[in-house]
Design a protein around this ligand. Structure first.
Ligand code: AMP
Length: 443
């Protein structure tokens, strides 16, 4: 029989790597909570219309990357009627789900800003490669609310960006860059698109096939093109900045001033645009390394986000502008691994019972130490001493020998592996001693 494997584009995350995932998530929770964000958990699948309306039919995500299914219709239990089969989709992103929940639970009626973060898997049928998966994980947040609650303030943008810089800093990610732009208001963008179309007309024939198609369907996407031959042409295209109204320019300047004040570095990237109608004003991306050698290749975008207005209305809700971001957790893990910023943790001790008769006593000792919060490995009395040492050396920073004498006298023998020192310690001081054993080298 053939061996079953994880489906293409999905993968298992195993220890010790999952320690790094947990470390990232714990750090995110700790920091986001400092900024008064609360966690939201939305369902993994939603009505397909949520994404076609909330993300946009014309996007790659909706037009070709969604996992959509229609469960077999169920017979209604009570009246024998048939429930209409509803088209469902595994969420390809989480903003639409958060905004749906905001509307469904009337969170806008509180009159206050809602600051919500989420952590979880998303699904897109993209071509899998390093840093790009079909089930991937995002850590994201939205700040959303009625304009009267201050949801349109540039200070919200700056605060979110400063929080992200703090998060990457606390994780120890080095060499990230913040790319920042403004895509203006819902009226600026059509004006720009018109200008862009006109500018593309005489030059597009010399561009790549994708650009030729995009020039017709969604000219803004031409700016995303990575083909080296097209770059000189793109450099001559008009910039969105010149189509922005005064309000948008002032908003952008206010975001920059606040970032300057708190020392968050950014680069104004005129090509950073988002094609969706409801994206307004600030848009941003944090990238890691360069797209070339040593970086994550084309997958060097660690996270993306921006301000939006009209999304809530697109899915039937009240006016609720917001700003949000989604961090690619898979890519953060790759970046941290590339920098070797995280050393898997070893147990503080390996308890080695000498003989199977000591197994029970060893379990009790392990329980006592674990109750004090220490991470402990428990050996097996059927192991010979040599085998116990070999196992302990791989799993823990020290070994504690537990034989009949030790149990009777309450004096235990400990050996620390890093220093090679061996000593005896009374049982009631064991926990303290072990806690003092230096951790494995970390850089
Ligand atoms: P988006 O929701 O497309 O704005 O993406 C936000 C972030 O999620 C990106 O910057 C990536 O870091 C990450 N991301 C998007 N798609 C994938 C994918 N297929 N695999 C891994 N990470 C992804």
């Amino acid at each position: 029989m053939s061996i079953l494997q994880a489906v293409r584009g999905t993968r298992d995350l195993l220890p010790p790597e999952t320690e790094l995932w947990n470390h990232i998530e714990t750090t995110a929770r700790r920091i986001f909570e400092r900024y008064s964000f609360g966690e939201i958990r939305t369902p993994i699948f939603e009505d397909t219309q949520l994404f076609s309306r909330g993300v946009g039919e014309e996007t790659d995500i909706v037009s070709k990357e969604m996992y959509t299914f229609t469960p077999v219709a169920e017979a209604g239990k009570n009246r024998g009627q048939i429930e209409l089969a509803q088209s469902l989709t595994l969420r390809p992103e989480n903003t639409a789900g958060v905004v749906r929940a905001y509307i469904e639970h009337k969170l806008g009626e509180t009159g206050q800003l809602q600051k919500l973060y989420y952590i979880g898997p998303q699904f897109r049928r993209e071509r899998p490669q390093r840093g790009r998966y079909r089930q991937f994980f995002q850590i994201g947040a939205e700040v959303i609310g009625p304009p009267s609650a201050g949801s349109e303030s540039p200070l919200r943008d700056a605060e979110v960006l400063e929080m992200l810089a703090t998060f990457l800093g606390e994780l120890g990610i080095q060499g990230w860059r913040l790319l920042l732009n403004s895509v203006g208001s819902a009226t600026d963008r059509p004006r720009y698109v018109q200008t862009l179309r006109a500018a593309l007309e005489p030059v597009v024939a010399g561009m790549c096939e994708d650009c030729q198609r995009r020039a017709v369907t969604n000219p803004l996407r031409v700016l995303d093109c990575k083909h080296p031959e097209d770059q000189p042409i793109i450099a001559t295209l008009p910039r969105i900045w010149d189509s922005l109204d005064e309000g948008s320019k002032e908003h952008f300047a206010a975001v920059c001033t606040a970032l300057d004040a708190c020392g968050v570095a950014y680069e104004h990237d005129h090509r950073l645009v988002r094609g969706l109608d409801y994206y307004t004003r600030t848009t941003f991306e944090f990238v890691y390394g360069d797209a070339g050698e040593g970086g994550l290749g084309a997958q060097n975008a660690l996270l993306g986000g921006g301000r939006y207005d009209g999304l809530s209305e697109a899915i039937g809700g009240p006016k609720a502008p917001g700003i949000g971001f989604a961090i690619g957790e898979d890519r953060l893990v790759l970046a941290l691994e590339a920098q070797a910023r995280h050393t898997p943790q070893l147990a503080v001790a390996y308890i080695a019972p000498l003989g199977e008769r000591m197994n029970g006593a060893a379990l009790v000792l392990a329980k006592e130490l674990r109750a004090t919060g220490l991470r402990v490995e428990l050996g097996d009395g059927s192991f010979r001493l040599k085998k116990s040492f070999e196992a302990a050396n791989k799993l823990a920073r020290a070994i504690v020998i537990l034989g009949e004498d030790e149990v009777a006298s309450g004096i235990l023998t400990v050996k620390r592996f890093a220093s090679g020192e061996q000593f005896k310690v009374p049982r009631d001081q064991l926990g303290q001693e072990l806690a003092l054993t230096p951790t494995a080298t970390s850089n």
